[in-house]
Design a protein around this ligand. Structure first.
Ligand code: SF4
Length: 315
């Protein structure tokens, strides 16, 4: 797989672009995730023409449509930022981004719970950074996260799973635009989708079953929307345990009753939170290889992202 292209707030890569001339380097993003992704760094405040260092800013007014204002001299930067951001998101359409990692709490880059001050100077944590809002409105299906939330193992696993899935989807389309490609992609992703949303699993199954009745572009669009919506929904130990139990059914003939018992126990220990997801997944992967199980060996659920990221060791 080619490297995944991700937009990122430039200060997270260690660029000295913050208002005080500093940065917010995040080593996980640069050293670990950085091995698999190509970043497109963006500092909205610098790129819209502000200097480094500069007066710090915050959001003021209505949390749903706040103004971006410098804190000491009260200069309103809203129009300047909006003009630049609208132009930049249009340019980014050519970049083939699979997602964006924003800097948390920033009045320009924060994707949620950014402080917005009312006329009495009291903050409410209900805002979205000005560039982040315009980006997310322009690309509503692209996976987005901030570096603070990515410290949570479940959110990290979810975000990285989504960007890898989107990259695979785009590669499938680049290979050849055909209904067969959609069916093939769906077959490989069925159990991954089921682990996020049984409802989407049903809907997408029906969509793919009537693929030949739909114009190709409509099929792609509908499938991609459902794919990104489904993977956005969180997995849970219960949903994962259901998928894992479903997989054990493929080994009815091969496993002894002791082995079956052991596998079901391991799944149950995972469901109860005693062991991480990687344990039952490793055991099933072992049986898939040993018995060369044709359906399961193509299931992305068993290897949705590189093992080296260790994402399933903590969920
Ligand atoms: S948070 Fe955004 S605007 Fe602020 S320094 Fe980082 S990239 Fe620039």
């Amino acid at each position: 797989m080619e490297k995944i292209k991700l937009g990122i707030s430039a200060c997270l890569l260690g660029e000295n672009v913050r208002y005080d001339g500093g940065h917010k380097l995040d080593r996980f993003l640069t050293d670990t995730l950085g091995q698999y992704v190509e970043y497109v760094p963006i500092c909205p405040e610098v790129k819209c023409g502000l200097p480094v260092p500069r007066e710090s800013m915050h959001l003021e007014g209505d949390p749903d449509s706040p103004r971006l204002v410098t804190i000491r001299t009260k200069q309103d930067m809203t129009d300047r930022m909006v003009r630049w951001a609208m132009k930049r998101v249009a340019e980014l359409e050519k970049e083939d981004l699979c997602g964006f990692i924003f800097k948390s709490d920033s009045p320009s880059s924060g994707m949620e719970r950014v402080r917005v001050y009312n006329e009495k100077g009291m903050p409410v944590k209900k805002g979205v950074g000005m560039f982040a809002r315009i980006f997310m409105e322009h690309f509503p299906l692209l996976p987005t996260e901030d570096e603070g939330r990515l410290h949570d193992p479940k959110l990290r696993d979810n975000f990285i799973e989504r960007i890898f899935a989107l990259r695979r989807w785009r590669e499938a389309l680049e290979e050849k635009e055909s209904r067969g490609n959609v069916v093939d992609f769906h077959t490989k992703h069925k159990l991954l989708i089921l682990s996020h949303s049984p409802k989407h699993y049903q809907t997408m199954g029906k969509l793919v079953a009537k693929a030949k009745d739909l114009p190709l572009k409509e099929l792609y669009q509908k499938y991609q929307t459902l794919l990104m919506e489904s993977l956005y929904l969180k997995t849970s130990p219960k949903k994962n345990a259901n998928v894992l139990q479903h997989m054990t059914g493929y080994f009815k003939e091969q496993l002894s009753s002791d082995e079956k018992q052991e596998l079901l126990e391991v799944i149950d220990f995972y469901r109860k939170g005693y062991i991480p997801l990687i344990v039952p997944v490793t055991l099933i992967n072992h049986y898939v290889r040993k018995y060369d199980q044709p359906y399961l060996k193509q299931q992305i659920y068993l290897n949705p992202h590189p093992l080296e990221l260790q994402l399933r060791n903590h969920v």
